[in-house]
Design a protein around this ligand. Structure first.
Ligand SMILES: [Zn+2]
Length: 354
């Protein structure tokens, strides 16, 4: 719990408390008087409150199953989803491949990082062939062919691969999937719009891309040294900066960054690693370039910026590394990294299970 609390601090935003009932299955329902017959592992509840249940089967201790550990980060990830997303807490977002695929991918990365065991490869390898042709089946919690959420996990890993094709780092791709998407409060009604907004891929296009893969988890595994802290310490703000140009010497920048107001000629912008910069450019005759090196002209452009070099319109860019970057005037941007603080807050409750 201490290490999870550093990675995904669960904050009681949408509830005030989340009790945890955990026991070895051989203990015969020790919390029967409080939670009744509820067993297994879930975020579940009754009409009064919501709680986490972790009944660990005795056989998992006997046979040293990795699941006796992995189930804890899985359920804690659901608590995190509830803390950052009101719609998730309210049960208004019930898209299995995204809700469970993320929790089960998180659990596997956690296990790899802490126990050097590839849970993806050994325990989430039963990817259903049907995902290649009918992925939308797995939106539904009642869909079969998703043993230990293998198929939902496969879909999440494919989504990360597709994001990486758009010049997004692996860490940032997981950050978008694990956090940014849920922070936008997707519901069963609007989730496809939010999906496209966050990932810049429509759900339909994502589903068609899955047919280019084979249903083999080993073809979509993340890097072996992927670290959850690197993912979650990424910030995920979108800063919108207005850019005008009174002459061909300077740009006027307006709006806010991490330090507050940005204003005036060629001012400096500071953001955190993981943040997105959206420049609304209105600089007729003075194309706006984002560059790695200072200087006029169109050399040394940054990687991954959309519409770099336009005179009018929107330039978007997520810096992939720390550094100082420039435009085609002596204006400077600094990209710093934020260190995640350890928060320790308990989280409350109602009748739904994940
Ligand atoms: Zn789950």
């Amino acid at each position: 719990m201490d290490s999870l609390n550093i990675i995904i601090p669960v904050i009681a935003t949408n509830y005030s408390e989340l009790d945890i009932y955990a026991w070895n299955s051989n203990a015969n329902k020790p919390y029967f008087s409080i939670i009744g017959d509820q067993g297994g592992a879930c975020i579940c509840g009754n009409d009064k409150e919501r709680y986490m249940v972790l009944e660990i089967p005795e056989s998992e201790f006997t046979f040293e199953s990795m699941h006796r550990f992995s189930v804890i980060p899985h359920e804690m990830f659901h608590a995190y989803q509830m803390s950052i997303s009101k719609t998730f807490y309210d049960g208004d977002f019930r898209i299995k491949c995204l809700s469970e695929g993320t929790a089960a991918s998180f659990e596997s990365i956690y296990v790899k990082q802490h126990y050097s065991y590839n849970y993806f490869k050994f325990d989430q390898n039963m990817v259903d062939l049907e995902v290649l042709t009918s992925p939308r089946i797995f939106e539904n919690y009642d869909s079969i062919g998703d043993v230990n959420y293998s198929t939902s996990v496969f879909m999440i890993l494919v989504l990360v691969k597709e994001l990486r094709k758009k010049n997004i780092s692996e860490q940032k791709a997981f950050e978008l999937v694990f956090r940014s998407f849920f922070k936008k409060n997707p519901s069963n009604v609007n989730w496809k719009n939010i999906f496209e907004e966050v990932f810049s891929i429509s759900v339909d296009n994502f589903y068609s891309s899955i047919s280019n893969y084979s249903n083999d988890i080993e073809t979509v595994l993340p890097s072996g040294d992927l670290n959850l802290l690197d993912i979650f310490q990424l910030s995920s703000e979108n800063y919108v900066i207005n850019v005008t140009s009174p002459d061909s010497d300077d740009y006027i920048l307006n709006d806010i960054d991490t330090n507050g107001v940005v204003e005036g000629r060629d001012s400096k912008i500071t953001v955190k690693l993981g943040d997105k910069l959206t420049f609304e450019v209105d600089a007729f005759g003075h194309p706006f370039y984002l560059k790695n090196k200072q200087g006029l002209g169109t050399n040394d452009l940054v990687a991954g910026a959309d519409n770099n070099g336009i005179e009018s319109g929107t330039v978007t860019w997520v810096p992939q590394s720390k550094g100082t970057f420039f435009t085609n005037v002596p204006y400077i941007m600094v990209c710093t990294v934020k260190f995640l603080l350890n928060k320790n807050i308990k989280s409350q409750s109602n009748g739904i299970s994940f």
